[in-house]
Design a protein around this ligand. Structure first.
Ligand code: GLC
Length: 432
């Protein structure tokens, strides 16, 4: 790619971020997702950091303004209502100001704050902001440990597919079957008016999503009760790996800030997860995957989230070799890494939401993990595939791993951010 094309893509990416910027937070995409989303904002901050550091920190600070008193950080903050989205604040009915959803999302924020901190040129200017964010990040991690680790293994329980950020993954199909949808009632979806129906979840799936929202609402969003009684209770491999990494990154920040006690607490979280993560290793498929806590069943799917084991910093030679063998096998089937589902799986659908398409943000996390654990050429492959997808299709929500065509919404904030922060560059090199 010539420098002119690169400059043009840089310009476009910045234009997308500015266009989706609502002042102190950024919407993932103005039409389809008109609010602040939790993990989207964290990734978006990295994009801003390439041209406006202050705005980057502000994005995370705004997100944490919506944190609940117990440390919970919602997956959507409804700063302004928008009739074009369903389910909106009235359906969630969490009774918060600002209005929020009642479920969370993968906790990438601490890792991203660490990354913002490491690249900050004027450390003195940003240190007070780091000091203010630190206890909020820790409170969220503590919330996971207290409320979402029913097995006491340092893993993350998801109570809604939307929490995992991989909303429509086949990993949630079997665990969702037991959800009673008989009282869901009539509702009007909005996603299918903005997006191609063939790429979106089915009506039966959507009914289950809503039944879970209604269950949470019925408890008055009592998170302890939901974690014990919810009809969907799955340990998510993605959130578990992300939290383990986030605990390591927050530990580095605790050390930097001289917070010894908190550092010890984080070390305990990390040790517990390292001991407990074997719960997610499925011998049958020789891969990490999610696992239903109610039935004890493994999902049995190799997904893009399975490869986050490297990102989590798990060092297990034998399992690492098996995960790399999966990656190699998948790379022979898919032109672009990393498809959200193993292309050899019969449920693989190259354009349907989280059942095939590639997401730039997941690729970024996978690539950091591969680079950190010494698999540099794989990390480069994941980065250059992401770059090629963006170059040829533009800044889509996701991409078909076979043809490279864009899928989902266009002008997507986190894809633009991943371009600016990572895909455009020569190497994946985050924490070293
Ligand atoms: C979809 C994705 C989720 C993301 C949201 C906003 O729901 O599955 O991960 O946070 O869109 O981009």
């Amino acid at each position: 790619m010539g420098p002119a094309v690169q400059t043009e893509l840089d310009r476009r990416a910045r234009e997308i971020l500015r266009g989706n910027d609502r002042g102190s937070y950024t919407v993932p995409n103005g039409r389809v997702y008109p609010f602040q989303w939790n993990w989207d904002s964290a990734f978006v901050a990295l994009g801003f950091a390439s041209f406006d550091e202050d705005r980057a920190w502000r994005e995370i600070e705004t997100l944490f303004q919506a944190q609940w008193n117990d440390g919970f950080l919602p997956h959507i903050v409804f700063w302004r209502d928008d009739a074009g989205y369903f389910p909106g604040p009235a359906v969630w009915a969490t009774g918060r100001t600002p209005p929020t959803s009642g479920i969370t999302q993968p906790p990438v924020a601490s890792s991203i704050v660490r990354s913002l901190w490491m690249r900050a040129h004027d450390k003195a200017a940003f240190r007070p902001r780091l000091e203010t964010l630190f206890p909020k990040l820790l409170a969220w991690h503590r919330w996971f440990a207290r409320v979402r680790d029913p097995l006491g293994k340092g893993l993350v329980l998801a109570i809604h597919p939307w929490e995992t950020g991989r909303d429509n993954s086949p990993e949630w199909d079997a665990p969702s079957l037991a959800i009673d949808t008989s009282r869901v009632g009539v509702y009007q979806r909005r996603d299918t008016t903005h997006l191609d129906q063939s790429m979106r979840p089915t009506k039966a799936e959507y009914d289950r999503y809503l039944a879970l929202v209604q269950f949470g609402r019925g408890t008055g969003w009592d998170q302890q009760r939901i974690a014990q009684e919810n009809p969907f209770r799955v340990v998510d491999v993605g959130m578990t790996m992300v939290l383990l990494r986030a605990n390591r990154d927050l530990l580095a920040l605790a050390e930097e800030l001289g917070r010894g006690q908190e550092a010890d607490e984080l070390r305990r979280f990390i040790a517990r997860a390292e001991m407990g993560v074997g719960y997610l290793w499925d011998e049958q498929i020789e891969s990490y995957c999610s696992r239903d806590v109610i039935t004890g069943q493994f999902s049995g799917f190799v997904t893009s989230a399975s490869f986050l084991s490297f990102y989590a910093g798990l060092q297990d030679d034998s399992r690492d070799r098996k995960m790399l063998a999966h990656l190699e096998r998948i790379a022979e089937r898919a032109k672009y890494l990393v498809p959200s589902l193993d292309p050899e799986n019969e449920g693989f659908d190259s354009i349907r939401y989280w059942r095939g398409p590639v997401w730039a943000v997941v690729n970024y996390l996978v690539a950091i993990g591969l680079a950190d654990s010494g698999h540099v050429s794989w990390a480069d492959r994941v980065r250059s595939d992401t770059r090629a997808l963006i170059e040829s299709a533009g800044f889509y929500e996701s991409y078909c791993p076979i043809t490279g065509r864009g899928t989902g919404g266009g002008d997507f904030s986190w894809t633009a951010a991943m371009w600016l922060h990572w895909a455009r560059n020569g190497r994946t090199n985050e924490s070293k």
